[in-house]
Each structure stands twice: as C-alpha cells, then as structure tokens.
Design a protein around this ligand. Structure first.
Ligand code: SF4
Ligand code: SF4
Length: 414
C-alpha cells in the first residue's frame, strides 16, 4: 500500500549544502523507465540509442518521449504507486556504452535558426512553468513577444536544481537564454530567481552574460504575474536548457537535474541524471545512511513519500529527499493557529476549505472560492498540526471545477 505523507517537512529536519556543491552527473545507469503511451514507437527486445523517439502523445501535455540511454527495451510496466497509477513505462537496460558526458562540450557552441526550429518542433520540450509545450507557446506568438522571463525560481525551500545551474553552468545558461530570445524575437529578457533560500547564504550573480538576474521575494510563485501580462512569456530554465542542448546536439535532450538531500543522504547534491533513472539508483550513487525512514519524491512542500525505490525521476522531478526518521503522517487535529490563512498567496481560508470538503458542503466551498487554489502547498508546509491541507483542497478544487463544467454544459443544452 502506498504511503503518502503530509507535506510540510520543516527546515529543522532538512539541513543540506546541495546548493554550494558543483552539479554531479551520472549517465552509466543500469536501466531507465521511460514514460510511454499507447502510441509507443519501439517494441520489446528492440535495441535503441539515446535520443531515439520511443513514444508519442504522453498525456496530459501530449508530448513525445525519447530514449535517455543506449540500450535494449525489455518490458513495459506500471508501478504500484498512487501517483503513478495511470502511467506506463518502458524499461530500457543499458548496453554498456553509456559514458558520462562532459557538459563543457557545449561551451560556446553556436546554433542556427534551423537548429532551434528542429529543437522546438521535434524534441518534446515542456515548459514546466505553465505545463504547455514550448512548441505550442512558440506558435501562439507568430510575431514574437516583447518580454521573456526565464523562470529559474526554485519555489520550495532547499531545492536548488535551477539555481545551481546559474552558479555552475553560467556559459550554458547564457547560450540557452540567448536561444530563447532568438526564438521569440524578444526585446527584453530577464532571469527570475527566488530571493530567499532558506538559511543558506549564497551569492547569486546579478547578470548572466548580458541578461539581468532579478530576485523575487514576495511574489510566490513568480509565474502568477503571468495572468495580467500579454506581452510577457515565462519560460522555465529547464525548457530553455533543453532547447539549447537539443539544438546544439541535434537530438532531444534527455537528462534532468534533481536536488538530492535530507539528513539520511551522505553527500547532498544537485545531480544530472538520464530521465527515467530510478530513485534507488540515484540514492545509491549519492550514498545514504544505513537506516532510511522516509523517502520523498519532490520538494518539502509538495513532495510525497514513496516506498517503491525503482520509481523513476521525470523531467518535472525537482528533488529526492531521504530522512532517517519516519515522518509523521497526516493528522486531522487543527490547533487553530491561523498560519495557513496567513501564508495563502490567493488569500483563501485553507482550514475551512478542508473542513467543508470533509463535510461535502459544496455551497460553502463555492463561497470560499476553493477553485482559486493554485496548489502551491504553502498551507500544508506551514501547518504545525501537519494536516495535508493541499491534498484536500486539491480534491475540493477538482470536484468544484467538475461541477462548474457540468453546470455550463447543462445550461448550453437547455
Ligand atoms: S495550496 Fe491552495 S489553499 Fe493552500 S496556500 Fe496554496 S493556494 Fe492557498
Ligand atoms: S495551519 Fe493547520 S493548525 Fe493552523 S489553523 Fe491552519 S489547519 Fe489549523
């Protein structure tokens, strides 16, 4: 049975120096699990090369999936895990030819416009800021766009998978931002970072090449500013890097960078791994203490605990956290502190939404605007009673949106 923790792993449980260490890299993993749909393009027992298309139409974004190592397809499987229950994966075993790549090979590498168009159209790049494909965003702006913001915000405490690239891969970041500016023919480009990084003291660069780095402290998440500005496009750093690497390499970029931390990890770090590498392989590489009580996939606000360690990391995986202790699970006992109300960026009343969700009181949920929740996880994170508010509010929001759609359809039909 899958255990799902409450979110809200507090900083006292979570000291880590990952941000100050150069990015590590592994390529020579034994196997990967690649996301696939029914529109799979390879058969079991087929040999495949890194960058080969393995599947079209991975929902919900309808993107393609590409091989992240050289090897042989050996099985299609699912995982007995609540969060992965509707997903299928192709297991690919290494053929032994996967070498660690030196990322510096990209330094100063020029890309042509046709390289960029190939990357944006054929390499399944997803913009994690709004969960749209880079291709669809590009096609929405046939005349270009005035402003581009590169979203390098690590929006959970101690996750540093984006900011570490600004610190340790400046040359590649500059080339990637340049590629995005050219693609969108943007006049102004800035790189947005989060100004507060827990209690870790780091000096961020004020510029990467000619591009200013702007620290946001209050707006959380930064992409909320998108709502009112039609002249600005927000592109996540991961999509920008994927665009540049794919254009420079002339094949899809199939690695991702995750933060590995927590008090059970021997060497907390940011690490570049092939998409589909299992959590277990990554933890083994980083080293863990003898007794690991809890493993969390994702950050300390929105992550969830897993007890199956062959679950793979995907492009959207920000972090893997391993703790010595068994973290406390969801409780229902509100102590009335009001902190969830103070932190909600949408000015909602999380505790009351949670309570009326349990009572199935839709009328109240409408009045409390539960559908406005952006699922940021701040309320769960801050709650001292460790109530998993975000999960309940997510369910309320989905139930409300479903009912609103149904009402609209009924009105049209009448
Ligand atoms: S998850 Fe929703 S309710 Fe909770 S703080 Fe974020 S926006 Fe507010
Ligand atoms: S933060 Fe938790 S304990 Fe405090 S009011 Fe909200 S639900 Fe209750």
């Amino acid at each position: 049975m899958q255990k799902v923790t409450n979110r809200g792993i507090h900083l006292s449980q979570f000291k880590e120096p990952a941000i100050s260490a150069p990015i590590k890299s592994i390529s020579n993993v034994n196997c990967v699990y690649l996301p696939v749909s029914d529109d799979i393009c390879v058969s079991v027992s087929q040999n495949i090369k890194k960058g080969d298309l393995v599947s079209n139409e991975i929902l919900p974004e309808h993107i393609a999936s590409f091989a992240s190592i050289n090897g042989k397809a050996v099985a299609v499987r699912k995982f007995n895990c609540e969060k992965f229950k509707d997903k299928m994966f192709l297991k690919v075993e290494t053929d032994g030819t996967n070498q660690n790549e030196n990322i510096d090979r990209f330094n100063g590498r020029e890309v042509t416009d046709s390289d960029l168009y190939f990357a944006v159209n054929c390499c399944g790049i997803i913009n994690l800021t709004d969960k749209k494909t880079l291709k669809s965003i590009y096609e929405s702006y046939p005349d270009g766009v005035k402003n581009v913001v590169i979203d390098a915000v690590d929006d959970e405490p101690y996750v540093s998978s984006k900011i570490s690239q600004l610190l340790f891969r400046k040359n590649q970041v500059e080339s990637a931002v340049d590629a995005v500016q050219r693609l969108f023919r943007a006049q102004n480009v800035e790189i947005a970072v989060y100004g507060k990084n827990g209690d870790v003291s780091i000096k961020l660069p004020s510029k990467i090449g000619k591009y200013p780095v702007t620290a946001y402290n209050k707006t959380y998440p930064v992409s909320r500013a998108m709502k009112s500005d039609e002249d600005t496009v927000y592109i996540c750093l991961s999509a920008a890097m994927s665009l540049y690497y794919a254009a420079a390499d002339k094949k899809a970029w199939t690695s991702t960078i995750v933060t590995v931390a927590g008090d059970a990890v021997l060497e907390p770090c940011n690490i570049e791994v092939p998409i589909g590498t299992s959590i277990g392989d990554i933890l083994s590489f980083c080293g863990v203490k003898k007794n690991v009580g809890t493993v969390v996939l994702g950050g300390c606000m929105t992550g969830y605990s897993v007890d199956i360690l062959d679950i793979p990391v995907l492009k959207s995986t920000k972090a893997i956290l391993a703790f010595e202790s068994e973290l406390k699970y969801t409780s229902d006992e509100c102590i009335g502190c009001g902190r969830c109300v103070d932190v909600c960026p949408e000015n909602l009343l999380p505790y009351y939404i949670y309570r009326y969700y349990l009572e199935d009181n839709k009328e109240r949920l409408y009045k409390l605007s539960a559908d406005k929740c952006i699922e940021c996880g701040c309320c769960s994170y801050i709650c001292p009673a460790k109530i998993d508010l975000r999960q309940y509010i997510r369910n309320s929001r989905r139930a409300l949106l479903k009912e609103m759609r149904q009402n609209e359809e009924d009105t049209k039909a009448n």
